[in-house]
Every structure is written in structure tokens, then in C-alpha cells.
Design a protein around this ligand. Structure first.
Ligand code: ATP
Length: 508
């Protein structure tokens, strides 16, 4: 873990955002709990996503389907047969890896060599440097690129044909070593299904196998007609859902980036066959705009188009975010064709068709899906916001510059001192505001320390009640990011908070 990432993890724990699960028993790998501030931030991310889709689009409605589903759901969706990762063990370190990830990491190393060459050449040639020409003509780079291509195509072929022997052979040919032990002593590659199974029923004989859902999307597919009919939805329309998903990830590292129990925010958009490409492009743009609206930095996002498509998709890409450990998938946008609904039709024997009155015919709609990991979004916000600032007086402060609309608390109410009636005025103000916003009251310690505490949990505004308040009913309002303070009338505090957090100023 690099330094920045370590700081994010320890800040998250120290300030009540994220705790390891069942920590008193030494924790449970890849499972985490959200603390008092974490749950607020997480809920605010959910609200922001929900508002942008369900509240602001008349043709998108919500759903909250159960985690348990009929086991045939997962047969139909392909998860029973194909939701696998190829795993490999190192016999010396006893560590387990995803075979494809080991190979991808090998390619990333070659990629970084290419980038180094480019950076060197840029320095050497200065303004005259033509990057495109350099990449296509420099012998070393051309050779590196060819190597990556040949490795990638061998890997894709092996994965596609489920040829695990060739996958192992590739690891051996590339002389990939265990990153921990440096050993090349590998086991064979095995397929490993990522779904957790459990039993329902009271006795062994009557019980039957169930799965914990590995994605929320299938709950939407099986309810497609229920929603369409009861809400009289006309195509194109969407169904959105936020909920837990479970995957028995082989390598669960990188904090809340890859967990075994996590939350997804998914929206399936049902469209006329033949129009899916157009909608896919629209949703790509729409979702990227949503990310941009939070102001975490345009340079921290990029699209990554899938070259090798899943069998059910006719287009797919990821929105990647620049996490402290590099650009990684944050959200997936997939054009899933009519695959899922057709499969459910086949396995359930029930028609899942939509009658299009304009075309005067029935069809199985095509689906464009947007699927974002809530916990990954949380990590993106948290890691982007954590800043250590040097101040003029040779001191420093740690501040979470969380977008105000997502901040756990919108404002802190702070009486300068407890005496002289200031606590009472502050309590009155707190009581007036608390029905409108999530705010916090703090009267412990010197006001400077209280400011630091609020900075560290990302509270955008601090309202201080002092002796002047007694005289003219004004308070100071301090901005978290600029640390500027101004005096305003007590009666306008609510308006100032609204300016900071109103959705109108964020989601346009
Ligand atoms: P990855 O390639 O990183 O395993 P994926 O392509 O399997 O992810 P999808 O099935 O497309 O992921 O799931 C949609 C979203 O759910 C992802 O973009 C990610 O944000 C989130 N997600 C998936 N797996 C996990 C996990 N184990 N922990 C946290 N979030 C996850």
C-alpha cells in the first residue's frame, strides 16, 4: 500500500467512516462496517444517485427486490455455469491468485516500461516531440506492444475456450513469479465459482440450495413485467435499484475496492431492439456527467471500452477512476441485448414481452445497464477528498474536502464558550435547523480544535455563536475549504446551508 492509500484507510477508521468487520475477533477478510460518519456519507451517495435517476426522470422508477431469489434465476442468468474466476496457488507461499490477474499485471509492467520510454523521449526532444510517430516507429516500443498483444490474445483464447492448461502454460512461459515469495512453483489452474450458497428450510432433507445474489440486476429482470404493467411504463423506461451483492472474491485486497459483501447501484434501461446503440451512447454520457457534477476532477476519470465482450453484450465499457492505486473500474455500462429476459423466458416458461402499441407488435426489449459499486464510489470520494494542508502559521491541517452535497454533516453549531448563555442560543439554533439538515452540535474544547475535528469529517460549514451574537443576533460562518469566516444574521444560516447543498446547484 502506498502512503496516500494508507492514510485514507487509517483516516477512515480514526474518524468513524469504516471499521474492519468483527474487529475484536481480528476481523473478517474483505468485509467492512460503515461507522457513524461512513453511514451518512454512504446514504448521501445513494440519495444523489437515486435523485439523478429516479427523481429526475419521469420514465425511471425504483425497486427493492429480495437478496434471495429462486435458484433457477442463476441458472438462467448463466451465473451457475459461468460466473467463475480462474485461480492458481503458489505452492511455496500458499497464496492464491487469479491467473488472469497475474498475467494482466505482467502486461501492466510492460506498459509502464513503454510509458517510461515515452517520458524520456519527451524530455529529449522537447517541443518537437511527436508522440504518435515515436510510438509507431521506435523499435523497443513496437516490440513491447507486440509482446502485450501476443500475451493478451493467448490469454483471451485460453479463457474463451476454458483451456486452463494453456493458461498455466502462459504463466510458466512468461516466468511469472509469486509477488510475495518470488517462487515459480505453481499449482494447476482451477475454475472457482464466485457465488456464495446457503440453505433454506429447517431439516437437511427438506432444505434446498440458495445463492446470495452476486448482482442486483437479476431482481430487476424478473420483475420487469410486474413494474411495467403496474406502473404502465412505456418503452423506453428504466428500473433502478440499490442493494447488497455478494461475491466470494479470490483476492480481496485494496480495502473496500474489492469486498465479499458490497453494494451496487444498478439501472436497467429497457429499449426497442435496434435502438440500443443510441441509448448506450446516451447513458455513457449521462453517467459521466453525473460523475463530473461532483467535481472530483475530470482528469481522474476515463472510459475503458471492453474489447472482448461477454457473450450477452453487444457493447460495454467501464468508467475508471484514478484510485490511490491507479485507474480501476468504478462503474460498468453494458448493452446487454435481450439476453437476460430471453433466458428468463426460456427457464420460467413465462412470456416476458412488451406490447409496443406504436409498432403494433410484441417483443423482448433490449437492455442498457449502468452498474456502479457504491463502496467503490465511497472510496473514490474519500480518497479524493483527503488533503493535508500546510497553513501560514507553520502548522498543518487534515481536511476532507467532500462535495458538500455528500458530506455527513452539513454544518456544525459551535458556541464559542459554554457560559454567558451562548450554549442556550446555540442549542436553540441547532433545534431550529435539525429538521431541515443533518447538523452536529459541539461545545467541547477550544473552538480551533473543534474546527479541526469538523474539517477531518468534511463538514462544509461551521457556525459559531459568540458574544456579538448576544448583541446583534449575528453568527460567524466558516467555510471548510477556504477557512474564510464572515458574519451573517442568525436568521440567514438556513439559506447559507441550502446554497451549499441544494441539489439544484449540483445536479443540472
Ligand atoms: P471487477 O472486474 O473489478 O471484478 P466486475 O466487472 O466483475 O468488476 P460488474 O460485475 O460489472 O463488476 O459489477 C458492477 C460494479 O460493481 C463494478 O463496476 C464495481 O463498482 C462493483 N463491484 C463488483 N465487484 C465488487 C466487489 N467485489 N467489491 C466492491 N464492488 C464491486
Amino acid at each position: 500500500m502506498d502512503d496516500k492509500f494508507k492514510k485514507v484507510v487509517s483516516h477512515a477508521k480514526e474518524y468513524g467512516f469504516i471499521f474492519p468487520s468483527s474487529e475484536i475477533y481480528d476481523g473478517l477478510s474483505a468485509v467492512y462496517d460503515y461507522g457513524q460518519n461512513g453511514v451518512e456519507l454512504k446514504n448521501n451517495i445513494k440519495k444523489y444517485w437515486w435523485a439523478s435517476l429516479v427523481q429526475m426522470n419521469h420514465n425511471i422508477v425504483g425497486l427493492d427486490s429480495a437478496i434471495f431469489m429462486h435458484p433457477l434465476t442463476w441458472k438462467a442468468s448463466g451465473h451457475v455455469d459461468a460466473f467463475n474466476d480462474p485461480l492458481i496457488d503458489n505452492k511455496d507461499s500458499k497464496k492464491r491468485y487469479r491467473a488472469d490477474v497475474l498475467i494482466e499485471e505482467y502486461c501492466q509492467k510492460i506498459e509502464s516500461k513503454i510509458n517510461k520510454e515515452i517520458a524520456k523521449a519527451k524530455k529529449r526532444f522537447g517541443d518537437d516531440f511527436d508522440e504518435n510517430q515515436f510510438i509507431t516507429t521506435n523499435d523497443r516500443i513496437v516490440a513491447y506492444k507486440e509482446k502485450i498483444e501476443s500475451i493478451t490474445s493467448r490469454m483471451s483464447k485460453a479463457l474463451e475456450e476454458d483451456d486452463l492448461k494453456s493458461l498455466k502454460k502462459l504463466i510458466e512461459d512468461l516466468e511469472i513469479v509469486d509477488p510475495i515469495s518470488g517462487s515459480k512453483n505453481w499449482t494447476d489452474v482451477k475454475q472457482f465459482n464466485l457465488m456464495f450458497s446457503t440453505k433454506v428450510g429447517s431439516t437437511a432433507q427438506s432444505s434446498s440450495d440458495l445463492y446470495l445474489r452476486p448482482e442486483t440486476a437479476q431482481g430487476i429482470f424478473v420483475n420487469f413485467l410486474n413494474v411495467q404493467k403496474s406502473a404502465r411504463m412505456k418503452i423506453p423506461f428504466g428500473i433502478a435499484q440499490i442493494g447488497k451483492a455478494f461475491r466470494n472474491e479470490i483476492i480481496a485486497r485494496q480495502f473496500i475496492f474489492r469486498m465479499r459483501e458490497f453494494e451496487q447501484m444498478e439501472m436497467q434501461f429497457f429499449v426497442r431492439p435496434g435502438t440500443q446503440q443510441e441509448w448506450y451512447e446516451k447513458w455513457k454520457e449521462n453517467r459521466m456527467n453525473w460523475h463530473m457534477s461532483l467535481g472530483l476532477g475530470k482528469e481522474n476519470y476515463r472510459f475503458h471500452d471492453h474489447i472482448k465482450l461477454a457473450h450477452y453484450a453487444d457493447a460495454a465499457c467501464d468508467i475508471e477512476y484514478n484510485f490511490p492505486f491507479g485507474f480501476k473500474e468504478l462503474e460498468g455500462i453494458h448493452s446487454r441485448t435481450d439476453y437476460d429476459l430471453s433466458q428468463h423466458e426460456k427457464h420460467s416458461g413465462k412470456k416476458l414481452q412488451y406490447f409496443d402499441s406504436e409498432l403494433n407488435k410484441s417483443y423482448i426489449p433490449y437492455v442498457v445497464e449502468t452498474s456502479i459499486g457504491l463502496d467503490r464510489m465511497f472510496l473514490a470520494v474519500l480518497s479524493n477528498s483527503l488533503v493535508e494542508e500546510e497553513l501560514d502559521n507553520n502548522s498543518s491541517r487534515i481536511v476532507l474536502k467532500i462535495p458538500s452535497v455528500l458530506a455527513p454533516y452539513k454544518a456544525a453549531i459551535l458556541p464559542l464558550v459554554k457560559k454567558d448563555g451562548l450554549s442556550e442560543i446555540a442549542t436553540d439554533l441547532y433545534n431550529k435547523l435539525k429538521t431541515e439538515f443533518n447538523i452536529i452540535y459541539d461545545e467541547k474544547d477550544a473552538v480551533g480544535r473543534r474546527y479541526r475535528r469538523q474539517d477531518a469529517i468534511g463538514t462544509p460549514l461551521c457556525i459559531t455563536i459568540d458574544h456579538q451574537t448576544l448583541e446583534n443576533n449575528t453568527v460567524t460562518i466558516r467555510n471548510r475549504d477556504t477557512m474564510e469566516q464572515k458574519r451573517i444574521s442568525t436568521d440567514s444560516v438556513s439559506k447559507e446551508i441550502i446554497k451549499e447543498v441544494n441539489l439544484k446547484n449540483w445536479l443540472v
